[in-house]
Write a new protein. Structure first.
Length: 113
């Protein structure tokens, strides 16, 4: 069983920044692809960014150039740095382990003036 805990969400003005963190249990974290997803009200959950164990990254077109995913395998932690935030980035953000069925509880990000 994998235990996942996200943190770092909150309320921010348009143009602002936030950094999300996700800590996952397990001894093979360094080998696992990790992903950040988001789900806005009334919409389907979508993949925002992913990072392989070796550090290769992938981003949704809507966040390219604004968001950066990174990981610290020594701390079993993956990060999502979000800059130039827009109201349309408002959603619950979820961390995913292995692009499979292990999810965190989610953290709310609200971008509003």
């Amino acid at each position: 069983q994998v235990h996942i805990v996200e943190s770092g969400g909150g309320l921010v003005q348009p143009g602002g920044s936030l950094r999300l963190s996700c800590v996952a249990s397990g001894s093979i974290f360094r080998l696992v692809t990790m992903g950040w997803y988001r789900q806005a009200a009334g919409k389907q959950r979508e993949l925002v960014a992913s990072i392989t164990g070796s550090g290769s990254t992938n981003y949704a077109d809507s966040v390219k150039g604004r968001f950066t995913i990174s990981r610290d395998n020594a701390k079993n932690t993956v990060y999502l740095q979000m800059n130039s935030l827009k109201p349309e980035d408002t959603a619950v953000y979820y961390c995913n382990y292995g692009l499979g069925n292990y999810w965190g509880q989610g953290t709310q990000v609200t971008v509003s003036s």
